[in-house]
Structure formats: structure tokens, C-alpha cells
Design a protein around this ligand. Structure first.
Ligand code: SF4
Ligand code: SF4
Length: 512
């Protein structure tokens, strides 16, 4: 076995990647990531979570999430810095996931660790907008240190639930950071076609990078297109005001090969999800922030409060052809909490009259696995008096289907990026209040969640911490859940695996 990693949904045979990551991660990079994580544990055990170490902690954890950074040199540099920040105290404990022999304890430790990685990524997005929270840093240190201790299963379960609460807090922080910086998302039609000017394609989750790119490309004759998780940028007033933010190009992250080849212009990856870079666009792709890929130019971080310098992309774009069209239509989105609550009277009236019979939350991630077509099938089979609430790139499985609307309310309400699942939870809690219910699970609401990587783990734990039950999860249950831990999740939270689309739709419509 040259490596072991089972942190994402694509892990080999739904057991673990042992030779090379299905994602493309090499054993060498996997080893460096293990070393970095181990050193972060030493830091969590021996150092106080001050602002410098707190930010370093979240950025380092973020680098190790699936499809964020494949650059061994960048991980090595981060490891060196970790050693400096921990006073050169090197990790001595055995490396890697399998060093814990008890499979239930290992499973709980990894569930906690992946939840922490998701929190770290969201906390970094917020930090890039100037919002940090010492309580989040303190929890990350406490919980990561706990994964090294001889704790009983019950103690680890309590930390996992606490991790869910901290994920809620972090998503709320990011929501506040985004809406303060860019305004409240509002209903928006986004073009999926292309114009006749050269373009720059921006992907990932970092809205500040997009804003700086938009500023630097104003009046240059270059259009900016979003890809995958950057689509929701169009919903924010302070970003949609730029006339050269042209539209959204393509689909979810895993279709980069063909879509980046067809785009013709420079591509900027601001965060995950990046896939192994192909020759057809190798000389036009750039990374920034915590994203990285060997041999791909990396746009450096901001210095002294100055914006990042995107001039290399701009110069390159001037020499490129406009994007090749993939389609020509519109996507409607922007239904975060503020916009949905502005429609609350109509939504509540539609529920009371029976025009809306049920809401189905289908948030989360998209991915390559063929049986993810289940989520398209569910969207198609759901009765016409249901509304799908979505966030994250899972939406690409059905956001271009002609699913119609109910009394002017679209049947797919897209709140935004995966962290905007927070919005969906707020909407549900508001509906509970309006309908004077004791329990949020008494709402006509079902969860059919698609997961892929560790941000989705944080979102799942947040939903459990908020009291949501009976969540369907797919396309497979995480490989890192041992049978014993799965049993706990089933018994206490009603978590279950997705099944057949037709049967699941029937059961969800019966409130099961
Ligand atoms: S991140 Fe996923 S695909 Fe990549 S090595 Fe780990 S489990 Fe495998
Ligand atoms: S929702 Fe998940 S899988 Fe999709 S781009 Fe975001 S992080 Fe990646």
C-alpha cells in the first residue's frame, strides 16, 4: 500500500485509495498531506490558537481537502512553515489514518477531521473577506488535538455534534461576510451562452478573487465567465453590476477537461475543485489562494492590503479566441434566505392552499459517478407540486431541466454555493416558526443530499446539529463510516443511503 485516503466519495471501491488517488493525488503528495496534518495536530496540542496560527491552521486544512491542491512543493512549504509555527516540535506519532486500529474510533476521528476540514475551508473564505472568529479557531485546535487522544466513542460523538454547531457558526460568518461585501443575493437570470469577445473563466468559491478580477478587466474588452461553484456570484448585486460578468460557462467541476478545452481563454481556479490538468488547456490555467497544481502558475496572495495581480491572465486573454459555445439558455437562481423570505407570503400561501405539497432539499456536490443520475431522475419524478431547494454544485444535475414553476415560484430554488446550505436551513427554521411547529421535522420537507468531499461533511454535520433528521445521502455512504458508526447515525439521526429514484420519491412524498 503506497498511500491510504478515504476522505471523499470517489475513493477507490468505496474503501480507500491505496495506490494513487482516483482524484489524481500521488502517493508522494498524499504522504506530504499526512505529514502536514500530523504537524497541525502537534500545533493544536502544543500552541495557543492565536490569529496567526488560527489562519494558518484553516489554510493548511483547506489545502488537504479533496481537489484543492495537488502541488507537493506547496504542501512541503506549508509543512516547513508549520514546523516554524510549532517551534520546530516534530510529530512523532504514527502517520496516517490506519494508525488507529479500532475501526469505530478511527471512523469517528476521521468524521470529525473531515468536518473540521470543511469548516476550515469556509472559515478561509470568510477570512478572505476580513471576517475571522477566535471561537472557530479555538474549536479547530481543541477538536484536532482531541483526535490524538485516547477518547471513548461517546466523547468523540459529542465532539462531532459540536463540530456540526461550529459548522453552522462558520457558515453564518461566511454568509455575513458575503452579504456585507456583495449585498443580498436576489433572483437572477444567468446566461449560459457566450459573447464574441475573449473571456476569462473563473472557478471555485472565492468571491473576492472574482471581484478583483472584474475590477481589473473593466473596459478591457474581455468578458468574465463563471464555472461550476462560481455560478452563484451572479446573484450578488455588487458583482452582477459589472456588465462584463457575462454568464456561466459549462457545468460542475468534473467536466473541466472538455469545458476548459472549449473555453479558449485563461482559466483561474480560486479553490477546489480542480482536476488533473490536461494538455489542451495547460498553458492557460492558473491557480490562486489554497488551490495548486504542479507546473501551473500560481497568482500570489494579496500583499499589504493590495489586490491580487491578475495582469498575466488579462494579457493572455487578449491573445485568445472567444469561448466556443456549449449551449444557449438561462439558469435562474439567487434564492438565498433574504430573497426567499421576501417571497414568504407567497410561499406560505402556496403551502396552505396545497399548491406546494412538499419541499425537497437536494443540496450538495456533483461528481463523476454514473449513479449520480439518480438525482436527475428524482428531480424529474418529483410531482409538480413540489419545490426543490438546492445549493452547491449538485444543482447541475437538474438546474437546466424545464421543471416549471408554482404560482410564479420556480420549482428549483438555488440558494448558491454549498455553504449557502445555511440559507436553506434558515428558510426551514423560518417555515417552522410560521407554521407554529414544535419540530422542524414536522414540516413537509425531505432531504436528499449528494455529497462528494469534506465541505459536504461539514454541511451534513451542521444539518444534524440543527435537528434535521431522516436525511438521505448518496450516491454512496462515506467509506470512512464504520458499520458501528453508521449504526449510530441511522439509529439517532435517521440517516440512510439513497435507493431507487422512484421508490425514494414515493417515500419522500409520504414523509418518510
Ligand atoms: S481525496 Fe478522494 S479520490 Fe483523492 S485520494 Fe482521497 S479518497 Fe481518493
Ligand atoms: S459543492 Fe463540493 S464538489 Fe461541488 S465544487 Fe463545491 S466543493 Fe467541489
Amino acid at each position: 500500500m503506497s498511500m491510504f485516503c478515504f476522505q471523499c466519495q470517489e475513493t477507490a471501491r468505496n474503501v480507500g485509495c491505496t495506490v494513487r488517488g482516483v482524484c489524481g493525488k500521488t502517493p508522494e503528495t498524499a504522504r506530504k498531506m499526512d505529514e502536514l496534518l500530523q504537524q497541525l495536530k502537534v500545533m493544536a496540542l502544543t500552541c495557543s490558537p492565536d490569529r496567526e496560527r488560527g489562519l494558518f491552521m484553516i489554510q493548511s486544512l483547506f489545502m488537504t481537502i479533496t481537489n484543492a491542491n495537488f502541488d507537493e512543493a506547496a504542501i512541503t512549504a506549508q509543512l516547513e512553515r508549520a514546523r516554524v509555527l510549532t517551534g520546530a516540535a516534530d510529530a512523532t506519532a504514527p502517520l496516517g489514518v490506519l494508525s488507529c486500529e479500532n475501526e469505530d474510533i478511527r471512523s469517528l476521528r476521521e468524521l470529525l477531521t473531515y468536518g473540521l476540514k470543511g469548516i476550515a475551508a469556509y472559515a478561509d473564505h470568510a477570512a478572505m473577506l476580513g471576517r475571522e472568529d477566535d471561537e472557530i479557531y479555538a474549536f479547530l485546535f481543541k477538536a484536532l488535538a482531541a483526535t490524538t487522544k485516547d477518547l471513548a466513542a461517546e466523547e468523540l460523538i459529542a465532539l462531532v455534534i459540536e463540530c456540526g454547531h461550529m459548522a453552522v457558526k462558520t457558515m453564518a460568518l461566511l454568509d455575513a461576510a458575503n452579504t456585507e461585501a456583495f449585498g443580498q443575493p436576489c433572483m437572477t437570470e444567468v446566461r449560459t451562452g457566450v459573447g464574441n469577445r475573449p473571456g476569462i473563466l473563473i472557478s471555485g468559491h472565492d468571491l473576492r478573487d472574482l471581484q478583483e478580477l472584474l475590477e481589473q478587466t473593466a473596459d478591457t474588452g474581455i468578458d468574465i465567465y463563471t464555472h461550476s461553484e462560481m455560478l452563484p456570484a451572479h446573484y450578488y448585486p455588487e458583482l452582477k453590476k459589472y456588465p462584463h460578468l457575462y454568464g456561466n460557462y459549462g457545468n460542475a467541476w468534473y467536466r473541466q477537461n472538455e469545458e476548459f478545452a472549449a473555453f479558449n481563454g485563461p482559466i483561474l481556479m480560486t479553490t477546489n475543485c480542480i482536476t488533473p490538468v490536461q494538455e489542451s488547456y495547460r498553458n492557460r490555467i492558473f491557480t490562486t489562494g489554497m488551490a495548486g497544481y504542479p507546473g501551473v502558475p500560481h497568482i500570489p496572495d494579496r500583499q499589504n492590503g493590495q489586490p491580487k495581480d491578475f495582469s498575466r491572465l488579462i494579457e493572455l486573454a487578449r491573445t485568445c479566441l472567444p469561448p466556443t459555445p456549449l449551449e444557449d439558455g438561462v439558469i435562474v437562481g439567487g434564492f438565498a434566505h433574504d430573497q426567499v423570505l421576501a417571497l414568504a407570503d407567497r410561499v406560505v400561501a402556496a403551502v396552505r392552499s396545497g399548491a406546494i405539497r412538499r419541499f425537497v432539499v437536494m443540496a450538495g456536490c456533483d461528481g463523476r459517478q454514473r449513479n449520480r443520475s439518480y438525482f436527475t431522475e428524482v428531480a424529474e419524478k418529483l410531482p409538480k407540486d413540489t419545490v426543490i431547494l438546492t445549493a452547491g454544485c449538485a444543482k447541475y444535475r437538474y438546474n437546466k431541466l424545464p421543471l416549471g414553476e408554482i404560482g410564479g415560484i420556480p420549482r428549483v430554488l438555488d440558494a448558491g454555493q454549498c455553504n449557502d446550505s445555511y440559507s436553506l436551513a434558515l428558510i426551514a427554521l423560518k417555515l417552522k416558526e410560521v407554521f407554529s411547529l414544535e419540530d422542524v421535522n414536522a414540516l413537509p420537507l425531505s432531504f436528499d443530499i449528494a455529497w462528494y468531499e469534506q465541505k459536504a461533511v461539514a454541511v451534513l454535520l451542521a444539518l444534524l446539529a440543527l435537528g434535521f433528521r431522516n436525511i438521505r445521502l448518496g450516491p454512496t455512504l462515506p467509506a470512512f463510516l464504520s458499520p458501528g458508526v453508521t449504526d449510530v447515525l441511522v439509529k439517532n439521526f435517521g440517516i440512510r443511503s439513497i435507493g431507487n429514484a422512484e421508490e425514494d420519491v414515493r417515500e419522500m412524498m409520504q414523509g418518510r
